[in-house]
Every structure is written in C-alpha cells, then in structure tokens.
Design a protein around this ligand. Structure first.
Ligand SMILES: Nc1ncnc2c1ncn2[C@@H]1O[C@H](COP(=O)(O)OP(=O)(O)OP(=O)(O)O)[C@@H](O)[C@H]1O
Ligand SMILES: [Mg+2]
Length: 252
C-alpha cells in the first residue's frame, strides 16, 4: 500500500487539480505523484498548462479544486505557512531572472542570508561550492551581463540550490539559450538528478528526457495524456497526440 504521508510517501502529490482562467480550463483534473529522488520531465504543446502546473505546485497560483500536497501536507489555504513550503522549492526559469545589478555571489547568497538567516561568511562559502558544482568557480564577482546565457542559467541553478531545496522546478531552462550552451546547462541538471534531487523539468529536450528522467509526462489541454518511463514513451504505444508531438520535436 502506498502512503501519501511520512518520509516514504511522495514528495509532491496532485489530486484532481483543476485550474481555470475565466472560461479557459488550463489544468483539468490533474493527478500526479512525484516520489522523493525522482526526476520527471513534462512536455506538451504551447498553452497546454505546463508552466501553470509548476506555479500551482509552488503555491504561486491558487487552484480551483482538488489538492496539492508537499511532503504529505496540503498547501491550499495554509496562509503564511506557504512561505515555509516555497522556501523548500527551487525554481529555474527560461529567462534566468538574476538580479542584474548584483554580482554572481551576491545573487546566490541573498536568500540564504536574508530569508534563512545564514551568516554572510557561511553563505559565501556555500555559494562558492555551488559555483564549483555548476562549473563556473571563477565567476563569483562578475555581474550577470558579463556572462554567457549558459553561465547565467548555471548561476540561476546555483542560486536556487543555495537554500537547500527539497524539490527543483525547471521551466524550459534551456529554451532561451544558444545551441552550444544548452549542453552545459543540461549536464548540470543531469548531475543534480544523479545526486538524487527531486526534479520536475518542463523541457522539450528529448535527449535529456531519454537519458536522465525516470518518467516522461505529456500534457495536452490541461490533461496528462501520457505518464511513462522514457523508454516506453519513445516506443510509443501510447496516445497518437503524444506520438505526433514527440515526432515533431525529434525530427525538428
Ligand atoms: N495569468 C494568466 N491569466 C490568464 N490566462 C493565463 C494566465 N497564465 C496562463 N494563462 C493561460 O493558460 C494557458 C496555459 O498557459 P501555460 O503558460 O501554463 O502554458 P504552457 O504549457 O507553459 O505553454 P508554453 O509552452 O507556451 O510555455 C494558456 O492558454 C495561457 O494563455
Ligand atoms: Mg510555459
């Protein structure tokens, strides 16, 4: 029997999650469980609800019905406690969203120092370790504008990791990058997954999905139409819509 609470239950659990903007039903009865240490890739056409789902998991977007649990706890209607949950979730966006006027190390240490009360010395020590981990140890004093897109995205990942999140959400982290920089960002994400981070990654990088993820989820019009290990997904006995979509991105 599967448990939804306690250390062995899923880290994230969506049950019957529905979300509309006006008449537009963007998430339609979504059921999804993500186990601790799982790396899940989410793909689907533009407007299918991928970013909205991540925002709902992060508590940034209220849902209309259903429930979302994080570590066994419902996140709806918990008021200020949502900040405590959000602090355990790292988010990486397509457009890096670094603070442009701050150095790399100040971007990384801001939340640990301001929100978590870590000392500046300790936050910087840890920040340097993270920069090492994402492969840019020599960039701590640069400002974002002096870095390549791939380097900026790796800073954004280091910044998200700086608060020791239990879950990392990635929303198309490589789609704003020049092709030659995509690999270096995906390699950092692959290493994170191999180190056991729980991750939900919205991406159309099917090579990454095939190589790294435990499950590949395909969303269309707010409904999960496929949820399978990548090898099964690519064998594609599943929905015609998913097949057509995968073909399109693979032969793109
Ligand atoms: N704040 C909002 N207000 C109104 N409609 C919204 C809002 N955010 C998203 N939507 C609508 O919800 C639908 C799903 O949007 P969402 O951004 O989740 O899609 P997506 O799958 O991430 O698409 P893309 O691949 O283009 O990023 C779209 O029809 C979008 O227009
Ligand atoms: Mg999106």
């Amino acid at each position: 029997m599967e448990e939804s609470k306690g250390p062995n239950g899923p880290l994230v659990e969506l049950s019957g999650v529905t979300k509309s903007f006006g008449d537009n039903v963007v998430l339609n009865e979504i059921d999804l469980r993500i186990g601790r240490g799982e790396a899940v890739v989410v793909a689907g056409p533009s407007g299918s609800g991928k970013s909205t789902m991540l925002r709902c998991i992060n508590g940034l977007e209220p849902i209309d019905s259903g429930s979302i649990r994080f570590g066994g706890r419902a996140i709806e209607g918990i008021g200020r406690e949502i900040y405590g949950i959000r602090a355990q979730i790292g988010m990486v966006f397509q457009q890096f969203n670094l603070f442009p006027h701050m150095t790399v190390i100040d971007n990384i240490t801001l939340a640990p120092v301001r929100v978590q009360g870590t000392s500046v010395e300790e936050a910087r020590r840890r920040g340097r370790e993270l920069l090492e981990r994402v492969g840019i140890p020599d960039k701590e004093d640069d400002v974002p504008a002096d870095l390549s897109g791939g380097q900026q995205q790796r800073v954004a990942i280091a910044r998200a990791l700086a608060v020791d999140p239990k879950l990392m959400l990635f929303d198309e982290p490589t789609s704003a990058l020049d092709p030659e920089m995509i690999r270096e960002v995906l390699d950092v994400m692959r290493d994170l997954a191999r180190d056991g981070m729980t991750m939900i990654v919205v991406t159309h990088e099917m090579g990454f999905a095939r190589e790294v993820c435990d499950r590949l989820i395909f969303i269309d019009e707010g409904v999960i139409v496929e949820d399978a290990p990548p090898e099964e997904f690519f064998k594609a006995t599943g929905s015609a819509r998913a097949k057509e979509f995968v073909d399109k991105i693979i032969h793109h």
